[in-house]
Design a protein around this ligand. Structure first.
Ligand code: HEM
Length: 408
């Protein structure tokens, strides 16, 4: 690259500990900044709100990286660290542009309608109640393990009819693939997951049930149908999204609520604030830190910054959501603010398909938790660790003190 002499900062531990301060500095200087991600990829990070919205929706920012050489060209790390993602699993709609994307999304939307999600409400409540029952009588729990992980995982596995016995294995593969720091482990987890999903597709063809996966296998749009490879990649996308995101809406939301007792009290006093509180949690500390990779199909000028053609671009959603030009007093939790317009679910054609489900799960989990228990953090907030990785923003653990409501 011609710019080898320019020092491009690498995102390291201080970024994972506190991305927000680093984003604030970047936002002040430019709409987009070049950085090296922890795996050694040199990319542009879009940090301002207006430009983030543009980059998410403008077709000059493309998603269908078909040529691995584009990645190789921007890889500046140790070749031994270069993570090769499983081809079968990567062939899903989040890695496609229209018209391929449009076709796949249309087929899956049919099996994933808002009405179908709403029908799940009683079951989501029931799973939540069972998890809260198991917390009864305890004075301290690790909330991610006790509630935030098992709820969305159980829901998505039931929707796709992944058997109970396989879920632990799935969570392991999913964590390895999203963490993606160890090339060998990532390759092995990818291969194992692809094989597992191929068998599941075969099974669903032969024995269709009442689940979304069966509906997808049999979904057809006039003459169109998902082929085997598309089904495997689609199932992978839904399962990964169901495993890695909503957990951190519940975790990060509860964390911020417990750090802001005035906001907790306001929510307890007026429960009609809950839907807006969920939007504010998504804005302030959404589960997706940086959106998935895009590249420039041609040179693009973005808020005064020129990004050449064929550069990799990541949109820092969590930075856009704290841009003070869009959200006044942006670092503050305020569950009464108009938080709508945040970019936590993305924007444009790839806007999150699971947003209604995630919102429903978040509301039921946090609402029911507050109904049942008085809560406080059981650790000094400064000792809590955030996951290393640029995609997902979430805690490793969230210990909380519990008491039955009204006992304190
Ligand atoms: C709070 C939880 C969630 C958050 C914050 C979230 C966030 C996002 C974001 C930011 C994108 C767009 C990424 C990009 O443009 O690079 C996305 C896409 C997507 N999400 Fe979610 N998600 C959540 C939960 C879920 C759930 C529960 C599911 C499904 C079970 C799901 C399924 C999807 C799918 C299929 C896409 C790709 C859509 C497309 O390419 O058209 N998400 N999500």
């Amino acid at each position: 690259m011609g710019d080898a002499t320019i020092e491009v900062p690498r995102l390291e531990q201080d970024y994972f500990d506190d991305p927000h301060s680093i984003h604030a500095l970047m936002r002040e200087q430019a709409a987009a900044t070049q950085v090296v991600l922890q795996r050694g990829l040199k990319v542009w990070l879009v940090t301002r709100y207006e430009e983030a919205r543009i980059a998410l929706a403008d077709p000059r920012f493309r998603k269908d990286i078909r040529d691995e050489r584009l990645i190789d060209r921007h890889f500046v790390g140790d070749p031994a660290d270069r993570v090769q993602f499983n081809d079968t699993l990567a062939h899903h709609m989040l890695n496609m542009d229209p018209p391929d994307h449009t076709r796949l999304r249309k087929l899956v939307t049919k099996a994933f309608t808002a009405r179908r999600v709403e029908q799940l409400r009683p079951r989501v409540q029931q799973i939540t109640d069972e998890l809260l029952d198991a917390m009864d009588g305890k004075s301290e729990v690790e909330l991610l393990d006790a509630l935030a992980f098992p709820l969305p995982i159980t829901v998505i596995c039931e929707m796709l009819d992944v058997s109970m016995d396989d879920r632990e294995q799935f969570r392991e593969w999913s964590n390895t693939l999203v963490g993606g720091t160890d090339p060998i482990a990532t390759r092995d987890a990818g291969a194992a997951m692809a094989e597992y999903l191929a068998k599941l597709v075969e099974h669903k063809r032969a024995h269709p049930g009442d689940d979304i996966f069966s509906a997808l296998v049999h979904a057809s749009d006039e003459d169109d149908q998902l082929n085997n490879a598309e089904l495997i990649a689609m199932a992978f996308l839904l399962l990964i999204a169901g495993h890695e995101t909503t957990v951190n809406l519940i975790g990060n939301g509860t964390y911020h609520l417990l750090r802001n007792p005035d906001q907790l009290a306001a929510l307890r006093a007026d429960r009609s604030l809950l839907p807006n509180a969920i939007e504010e949690f998504l804005r302030l500390e959404g589960p997706v830190n940086q959106a998935t990779v895009r590249y420039t199909a041609e040179e693009v000028e973005l808020g005064g910054t020129v990004i050449p053609a064929e550069e990799l671009v990541f949109v820092a959603l969590s930075s856009a959501n704290r841009d003070p030009n869009r959200f006044p007093d942006a670092d503050k939790l305020d569950i009464t603010r108009p938080a709508g317009g945040h970019l936590a679910f993305g924007h444009g054609v790839h806007y999150c398909l699971g947003a209604p489900l995630a919102r429903m799960e978040g509301e039921i989990a946090i609402g029911s938790l507050l109904d049942r228990f008085d809560l406080s953090l059981a650790a000094d907030p400064d000792t809590l660790r955030w996951r290393e990785g640029t995609l997902i923003r979430g805690l490793y653990s969230l210990p909380v003190n519990l008491a039955p409501r009204g006992a304190r």
